[in-house]
Structures are given as structure tokens and as C-alpha cells.
Design a protein around this ligand. Sequence first.
Ligand SMILES: CC(C)(COP(=O)(O)OP(=O)(O)OC[C@H]1O[C@@H](n2cnc3c(N)ncnc32)[C@H](O)[C@@H]1OP(=O)(O)O)[C@@H](O)C(=O)NCCC(=O)NCCS
Length: 188
Amino acid sequence: MLSETILADTTIRRLWRSDLSDVVDHFLRLDTETRRLRFGVALKDCALRRYAERVLDFDSVVYGAFPGGQLRGVAELRGFLGQWPPSAEAALSVEREWQNAGLGDALFSRLIAAAQNRSIRTLHMVCLRENGRMQHLARKHEAVLQYTDGDVEATIDPPRATLSSLTEEIIGESRGFARTLLHLPSSA
Ligand SMILES: CC(C)(COP(=O)(O)OP(=O)(O)OC[C@H]1O[C@@H](n2cnc3c(N)ncnc32)[C@H](O)[C@@H]1OP(=O)(O)O)[C@@H](O)C(=O)NCCC(=O)NCCS
């Protein structure tokens, strides 16, 4: 399927405790290589399940991408409570069959807007050096990349919150919620 067709049928919305079983299923569907790129090692199912069960803990803001109504991509913003100046870590995962279709970029944009709206001054993200796709996305969102032996750390300074960024988050969430409730296609 073409990227435009997939994106037109995708809802991006915030995930809540009620989405937990979908989140766990998403992580368990990740193939070995995606697990390695996401976590640095190809976690086994039991470790991945333990991780997934805590993804929606209280100090996180998590978004999901639902092409065709099923959760296929997750973007996590973590660790910003109690930090001064406020900073957070970001991480993304998209299931193999849905990669390279624009879901990661759409999720990343929402994550940066969420950071902006929470006055987060610095967003950190670590990926493996061979992860060209993630580095491309980070650069596209104006990250500064620092290379170490095996890893790359991307740092983004989100702009300050504006009335329009706050409105966009609220409207985006209401639209996603309504689509989920009414089972509408994303283009409606
Ligand atoms: C990295 C990841 C989140 C990106 O999500 P995605 O939905 O596949 O990415 P998108 O389709 O939105 O965007 C991919 C972009 O990278 C480009 N790209 C693809 N392969 C590339 C490569 N090898 N090198 C450089 N750029 C590449 C695409 O052309 C596209 O660019 P564009 O947006 O300018 O057109 C996803 O592939 C994934 O889950 N990978 C495994 C886990 C992971 O790496 N997580 C990140 C570490 S936390």
C-alpha cells in the first residue's frame, strides 16, 4: 500500500491505561531486528512484556499510530517529571510491515509538539549508529547528532509552547478520540 494511503487511514492519538493490552501486543509483534534497533538488543518476549506493561506509567506521555484502526506504532516521551531544566527521553517503534510509510515521522511530530506543550527544553533520543532511518528522521526534526562508538545521541530543543501548539494538541486528541469511539476512517 502507498504511504499516502496508509497515512490517510491512520489515527494518531494519546495512549492511556485502557490501551495497555494493545500496547503489549504491539511490542510483542516487533520482529528481532526492530527489537534490536529499538532497545539496542533483541529483547526476548518475557523482558519485552515487562517493559511494555510499564510504558504507560505516570511520568510518560505516549502516542499510538493506528493505521486501519490497529495499533502499529508507539512513540514514548519519558522521564520529564522532576527534571530541571525540564528534559525528556523519546523512543519510537513501528512494526516491520508498517515501517517506511510515514508513521514514525507522524508520531515523532506529535511527540515534539507534546514536549513543546509541556515546556520541555531538551529532548534526548539514543539509537544505534547503523540506524540510518532514525537518524534521518531526527535530522529532519532539527536534532543535533552526537556520535559515540556504537550509538548516536540525538538532541532536540523544542520551541516554546504557543496558543496554536496547545490548540493543535487538544483538537488532535478530540478528533482521535471521536474517530475511535465512532469507528470513523481517519480521513473523515
Ligand atoms: C525508526 C522508525 C521508528 C521510523 O519509523 P518509520 O515509520 O519507519 O519512518 P517513516 O516512514 O516515517 O520515515 C522514514 C524516513 O527515513 C528515510 N529512510 C528510510 N531508510 C533510510 C535509511 N536507511 N537511511 C536514511 N534514511 C532512511 C525515508 O526515506 C523517510 O524519509 P522522509 O520522511 O524524508 O521521506 C521505525 O523504522 C522503527 O520502528 N525502527 C525500529 C526501531 C527503531 O529504530 N527505533 C528508534 C530507536 S528509539
